[in-house]
Every structure is written in structure tokens, then in C-alpha cells.
Design a protein around this ligand. Structure first.
Ligand code: SAM
Length: 530
């Protein structure tokens, strides 16, 4: 038995949702690399999460894929109790939580049913934070419990990026030990100490710059998260190549990352090396280029038939669905809504990253995806759309190939996402919009609510109220009335022509004007069900 991590009883780990652990996005990612995994959008899957914490991640997945079965295991009684309470209140029947040590997770016997194995094993935020013995159990469970088509996601802290973070952790640990009664006070003191240090070391030195960057990163993190990041007894970051040796030693095999890495601009020398290097060597070089701190690697059994070191193949896109968060603009930065521009087109992500497109068929696809955002359409549907909207576009394999290659490149810079089917959400607001039961339950309790894109989003009071009103029974009039009640209950002051509004009729008119746009916004964030 590994020791009970009582630190998690003193300070529960925040209940995060990890978008890249979504089995449907994992299935699409590995498909590009030649692996045909089960997909919960089309068939019931079995999903195991090791070290599931308070199970927020697993609960969101279980709500997205009601036909699939989910099992979460965690050593912390407090985490499991919190997760179970949520499951009971939600009345979910496709998720089971077990309190226990990874070390005690049973090894299947020779006669055990292959159907009892898992299509997905998720291990997020655990591998680097447990002793060697527990790490070996994680790998054993992946090897023994993955089905032949199964995929595991293991996240881990990586070098060289953790070199600087590790140094700060050592400074913080030297500075103070944990106050038994007030663990979060320890975090606050550690932050103050680091702030003093960062202020004293001149910016002109590399060391001063590093301290300041690390301090700023610390300031953006949740205190409970920081407590565990800085004070857990074990934290062993590793190089990607070390991780590969560890998994290959137990007959597991790397396929790809759960998302494409942002690779900064490269010198001619690095470009030459990257072009000729095999996949695993290139992945390690990317970590050196990006000073990477974290990976979420996708892994299969060595006997799965997957080819080691296989490259992404744009041909696979023919079988996939695509979605995008981008908005489209013409050369003068005028937003494009329904027609292609004469010349180039600029696309921009919500985070500000942008790209310029020149190919007409790629422009047509991206404009279509921006119109149906955040929903997904199949490559085939998008191709038919290209033929219908791009004058003179030839229906040939050569043009389709160029389009697929363009789309793969756009995915590599986070402008496109791949899926294995239509997403369980709608971009169109129906007459009686419906938010998921989970979103309604969360919105009534907390300001962080999980979307149908498996993303946790911080919302204001008004948006939470609107999610509660989107129960599949209320039409537009009832939602407007509900928002009027919210405005008067909360004492929200609306302005019209620079004056506060007191006339109830004008108030209703103003609220009624805003509600359709707000509902559209909910749909764009992925909160409305199909
Ligand atoms: C850093 S938290 C990560 C929680 C969650 N997976 C996430 O990424 O948000 C690590 C979790 O692993 C659990 N854990 C640590 N050692 C364990 C063990 N030997 N067996 C089962 N769970 C363990 C802890 O209780 C804790 O909930």
C-alpha cells in the first residue's frame, strides 16, 4: 500500500474538468495516427479514471455519454464522498466511484472476460505526483485493463519546462513548512516570499526574469491547486524520452499527444532536423523548443496492431467530423457572415491567434464552421458545402487532398478540432432551449459550469440564471419573464439613453431585446443540447 495522501483530506484538490480527456476527442486524435478506437458518440464505451479526485471530470463525461459506463477510483475518502454526493443528487446511473488504492486494483485473471476491459483509461494529474511503486501500478493497470482497441491518456510533468518550476518549488519548500491547522496560509506566505525575492533580483538577469515569470504564473492559480503543486511530497517530472522508455518496458506504446503542440518559429537548422527526424525524436525536440512543462500522452497496448512512430495522416480526415471556434474576416477586418471574400480571408480564435487563408475551398470550410460554431460537421458534408458554394471548384481527389492537408495544418495551430461524430450539442437555439441536467444543477450551486464541449466555464449570475431557465419546457416568453424576475430580485439597474430604467414596460422591452443574443451566446459556449 502507498501512504494515504492525507494532504487531500486537509485541502481537497479543486474539482477540475480536463477537456482533452474526452474519449471522443481522444478517438479522433488517434484516428489521425492510424488507431481505430471505440467512440462513445456511436457505441457504448467503458471508461476508467485513476485518481479521479472529486470526479467532476468523470461526471461531465458520464453526462455527455449516457450509453457508456464510467468507473472512478481514488484513495481520498473525502474526494470520493464529494463525488458520490453529486452523483446521487444528479441521479446518474452510468457512473461508479470506488475509494481505494491503485495498488489494490485487481489484476485480471486468464479467463476474465475481454468485455470487462476498458476502452479508455484516464490518468490525469497523478503519474508525476505519486511514488515509483504507484507509477508502476498505473502502467500495470493500463496494460492489463485496456481492451485491444483501448487508449490510455496519462498526463505528466515534463522537463525541461519543470526545471524552473521545480526550482521555485524547492525555494518555497525551504522557506516554510505546512501550517497544520491552516494549510492555505502556507501558500499565501510562500507567495509573499517569492514576491519579495522576485522584486529584489534585477530584471536584467535571466534569474530575475525567471523568478518574476514563475511568480506571475503562481498568482493566476487557485490556492488549493498551488498547495498541492508546491507541497506534495512527491513530484517527479521527466523527459518525454524517459516516459517512452517507462511505458515501452511494460508493453505499452505511444501514439500521439491529446492535442497538437504550439511550436514556436524555428531556425533553418531546427527545421531541417525536424523534417528528417522520426516522430518520437521530433516530439522530444518540440519539448526542448517549447520548454514544455506538461504532456497528456495517448497510449495503446503494444499488441494493439498500432504502428510505432506513425505520422499523422490527413487521409483519415475523410472519416472525421470537424469543428472550430474561429471567426472569419476579410482583408479590411470586416467580419464575414455568409459569403466568401474576393481576396484572402483572416480567421481568428477567441484567444487572439489568427491565420490568413488563400485557398477557396479551405475558406469555404472555415466560414461554414464559424457559422455552426461550436457544432461539428463531417468532412463529407463540408466537402458538399464547398462544391455548392465555391464557383468552379473541381470535384476531384487532388482538390480534396489539398483541402485535407490544409485542415490538418489548421488543426496543428488549434484553428480546427476533429471529432468522430456530431457533437451532443446544438448551435441553433430551439423554441424551447434545453441546457443539460448537469449544467442546470451546477448553475444553481456554483459559478463554474461544464459545457457540452467538456469545458468548465466561469459564468456571471445572469448567465447562470438563464441556464436554469433553459429547461426544455420554457419558451422565449417564459425565459424573458424569468430574466425580468432576476433583474428585480438582484436589483440590476438597466440604463436607457443614459438614464436608469424604472418603467416596467420599457424594462421588459429591453430584457426581451437582450435574451435572444444571450441564448445564442449560450449555444456558442456549448451549453445547449440537441
Ligand atoms: C493531483 S490530484 C488529481 C485529481 C484529478 N485527476 C485531476 O487531474 O484534476 C491526484 C489524485 O490522485 C489521488 N491518488 C494519489 N495516490 C493515489 C493512489 N495510490 N491510489 C488512488 N488514488 C490516488 C489523490 O487522492 C488525488 O485525488
Amino acid at each position: 500500500m502507498t501512504a494515504l495522501p492525507s494532504s487531500y483530506e486537509a485541502v481537497p484538490y479543486p474539482d477540475f474538468v480536463h477537456p482533452r480527456t474526452n474519449p471522443e476527442s481522444i478517438a479522433a486524435m488517434v484516428r489521425l495516427f492510424g488507431v481505430s478506437a471505440a467512440c462513445p458518440l456511436g457505441e457504448p464505451c467503458r471508461v476508467l479514471e485513476l485518481g479521479c479526485g472529486q470526479a467532476g471530470n468523470l461526471i461531465s463525461l458520464a453526462s455527455l455519454f449516457p450509453e457508456s459506463q464510467f468507473l472512478g477510483v481514488d484513495l481520498s475518502p473525502g474526494h470520493i464522498a464529494a463525488g458520490q454526493l453529486a452523483i446521487d443528487e444528479l441521479g446518474m446511473t452510468n457512473i461508479e466511484l470506488r475509494q481505494g488504492d491503485l495498488a489494490d486494483f485487481p489484476t485480471p485473471g486468464p479467463g476474465d472476460d475481454e468485455r470487462a476491459k476498458f476502452d479508455y483509461v484516464l490518468v490525469h494529474g497523478v503519474y508525476s505526483w505519486v511514488p515509483e511503486e504507484a507509477r508502476q501500478h498505473i502502467l500495470r493497470i493500463c496494460r492489463d485493463h485496456l481492451s485491444r482497441r483501448g487508449v490510455a491518456l496519462i498526463s505528466y510533468n515534463t522537463l525541461p519546462g519543470w526545471q524552473a518550476k521545480g526550482l521555485v518549488r524547492e525555494i518555497i519548500q525551504y522557506h516554510g513548512s505546512v501550517h497544520p491547522g491552516e494549510p492555505l496560509q502556507t501558500v499565501r506566505e510562500a507567495k509573499r516570499f517569492l514576491a519579495d525575492l522576485a522584486e529584489s533580483v534585477p530584471d536584467s538577469t535571466g534569474y530575475g526574469k525567471m523568478l518574476r515569470e514563475q511568480f506571475q504564473a503562481l498568482c493566476q492559480s487557485d490556492e488549493a491547486y498551488l498547495f498541492h503543486e508546491q507541497f506534495e511530497a512527491v513530484n517527479e517530472p521527466r523527459y518525454f524520452h524517459q516516459f517512452i522508455s517507462e511505458i515501452e518496458a511494460v508493453d505499452l506504446q505511444f501514439v500521439c499527444e491529446s492535442s497538437f503542440a504550439f511550436v514556436p518559429s524555428q531556425s533553418a537548422g531546427i527545421q531541417r532536423r525536424m523534417q528528417s527526424a522520426p516522430l518520437l525524436e521530433r516530439e522530444q525536440t518540440i519539448d526542448f523548443l517549447c520548454n514544455r512543462t506538461f504532456r497528456q500522452s495517448l497510449i495503446v497496448r503494444s499488441d494493439s496492431g498500432a504502428q510505432r512512430g506513425r505520422e499523422a495522416d490527413s487521409d483519415a480526415i475523410s472519416e472525421l467530423f470537424l469543428s472550430s471556434e474561429v471567426s472569419c474576416f476579410d482583408v479590411d477586418d470586416v467580419p464575414l457572415v455568409d459569403s466568401l471574400p474576393e481576396g484572402e480571408m483572416r480567421i481568428a480564435n477567441p484567444d487572439g491567434a489568427s491565420a490568413t487563408l488563400r485557398g477557396r475551398s479551405t475558406m469555404a470550410v472555415m466560414l461554414r464552421l464559424s457559422q455552426i460554431r461550436p457544432a461539428a460537421e463531417s468532412f463529407e458534408q463540408l466537402w458538399q458545402h464547398v462544391l455548392a458554394t465555391v464557383a468552379g471548384c473541381e470535384d476531384s481527389n487532388a482538390v480534396r487532398t489539398v483541402l485535407r492537408e490544409d485542415l490538418l495544418q489548421l488543426a496543428q495551430v488549434s484553428m480546427v478540432r476533429f471529432h468522430t461524430g456530431p457533437l451532443p450539442l446544438t448551435h441553433a437555439v430551439s423554441a424551447k432551449p434545453q441546457a443539460s441536467q448537469l449544467a442546470q444543477w451546477q448553475a444553481a450551486r456554483d459559478n463554474v459550469v461544464t459545457s457540452r464541449l467538456h469545458q468548465a466555464i466561469r459564468l456571471d449570475e445572469a448567465t447562470r440564471t438563464m441556464i436554469g431557465l433553459c429547461n426544455g419546457e420554457n419558451g422565449l416568453e417564459e425565459i424573458i419573464t424569468g430574466m425580468m424576475q432576476f433583474v428585480s430580485r438582484e436589483g440590476v439597474s438597466l440604463q436607457h439613453e443614459g438614464q436608469p430604467v424604472t418603467d416596467p414596460n420599457l424594462l421588459r422591452t429591453l430584457v426581451a431585446e437582450k435574451v435572444p443574443a444571450n441564448l445564442k451566446n449560450l449555444a456558442e459556449m456549448g451549453f445547449l443540447e440537441r
